[in-house]
Design a protein around this ligand. Structure first.
Ligand SMILES: *Cc1c(COP(=O)(O)O)cnc(C)c1O
Length: 390
């Protein structure tokens, strides 16, 4: 059946060139930069109302007017989204009582990558793709494999050989072809490019197709809804490729056009690892693009991204929101994972733990006020790298 999608077309995030949305698209055909989906918000606003949402399905597909899928026969739903927003008990102790955790570890395959890949695989399937490929630090590969299995499509996953074993084991269980690559995610990306040229695979890398962002943006719709349409003062987010930051910022703009929120916005904080912090560095240097980070090293797999095609978009979001960037070392991530777990009941992944370490830094420096409302994103489960705590 036809969905209520109000998708119009795709617009290049750099040069603004419009692209058709009724066929598979990758990057901008003119400048090679990421494409972003545009919707008829006036039409969407007539059915996507605060009141209408109260009786909708409890997953990310509840925002169907503002999602790209056209035919729900292609909707690959495994329970992604509508994750809890939890008031954290440790908020009092760190001097910021209004601290919340958006617990994304409860998504299928244990991370928020499920949102982006549920959307990208559904849409690629709807538009006729047969074989999908991805370079991944781990979680994106697991999610691609799961949604490809749900659709019956072939997936190729390229993971760094030093990533935790759980990722390859999981993806292989979903019948994906998994290749372990000596190197970083950027080396995995080169292998995907070869397969794209040689075998015509469809590349679902971060921002190299337009729809992972559309899945990830639902985090912002949920946040607004769960906070009764009052956005938090600060969102702290562990950024790698940047789909979450870019997607949430896009969603705030959409929600304003839909009349659901006003012009107010949270300050967006990007957290990266001490030994792989290209965006934090570029922000400090007031640059519009980030230099590739050499010798990227961190136990937080999701943050081991030395170069991102969407760097300029992340930097724009951070500046437009009057946000900032913080880096956290591996030892602090392990330490703050325990602080978060014992102080809230949520055992976070290393990336999620990094957001709490960043919040404490920003409270100490006075950048976050003690009476402000702060949302931390726990982006994934720690159980795939549980050996680090053993
Ligand atoms: C991929 C990933 C990130 C980074 O997310 P982006 O939105 O791509 O920046 C953070 N945490 C975890 C657990 C991840 O898997």
């Amino acid at each position: 059946m036809q969905t209520a999608s109000c998708l119009i077309d795709l617009e290049c995030s750099a040069c603004g060139l419009a692209h058709r949305a009724d066929q598979l698209q990758k990057l901008c055909s003119s400048c090679g930069m990421p494409l972003l989906a545009r919707y008829d918000t006036a039409r969407a606003a007539s059915t996507l109302t605060r009141a209408a949402l109260s009786c909708r399905r409890a997953d990310m597909w509840r925002y169907q007017e503002m999602l790209p899928l056209q035919d729900d026969d292609f909707m690959l739903a495994l329970g992604e989204g509508w994750t809890p927003l939890l008031k954290a008990r440790f908020g009092e102790r760190i001097g910021c009582p209004s601290t919340y955790i958006k617990d994304e570890s409860l998504n299928p395959t244990g991370s928020f990558k499920a949102r982006g890949l549920a959307m990208a695989v559904s849409r690629a399937w709807e538009l006729g793709a047969k074989t999908l490929a991805i370079p991944s630090a781990g979680n994106a590969g697991s999610a691609l494999a799961a949604y490809s299995a749900a659709a019956g499509l072939q997936a190729h996953v390229f993971i760094p050989s030093d990533a935790p074993k759980a990722f390859a084991a999981e993806a292989r269980s979903y019948a994906a072809r998994v290749d372990l690559v000596d190197g970083l995610i950027t080396d995995c990306a080169r292998r995907v490019r070869e397969g794209v040229e040689r075998y015509g695979w469809f590349d679902v890398s971060t921002l190299k197709e337009p729809y992972r962002v559309e899945g990830k943006k639902t985090m912002a719709y949920e946040l607004a809804e769960q906070l009764d349409w009052r956005l938090p003062d600060v969102i702290i987010y562990p950024a790698g490729g940047g789909t979450g930051l870019i997607g949430m910022w896009k969603a705030f703009g959409e929600m304003e056009q839909l009349g659901m929120i006003g012009p107010e916005r949270p300050r967006m904080v990007c957290v990266q690892a001490e030994n792989c912090a290209p965006i934090v560095k570029a922000l400090r240097e007031n640059a519009t693009r980030a230099e590739p980070w050499s010798n990227a090293r961190t136990i937080a797999d999701g943050l081991r991204v030395p170069a991102a095609i969407g760097d300029f978009l992340m930097l724009q979001v951070l500046r437009d929101s009057h946000g900032t960037g913080v880096s956290v070392d591996d030892g602090q991530m392990l330490e703050y994972a325990r602080v978060m777990a014992a102080g809230s009941g949520v055992f976070p992944g290393l990336e999620g733990a990094a957001t709490l370490a960043a919040q404490v830094q920003l409270l100490d420096s006075g950048w976050i006020g003690r009476d402000e409302t702060v949302v931390l994103f726990n982006t994934g489960t720690p159980l795939k790298h549980i050996h680090l705590w053993a």
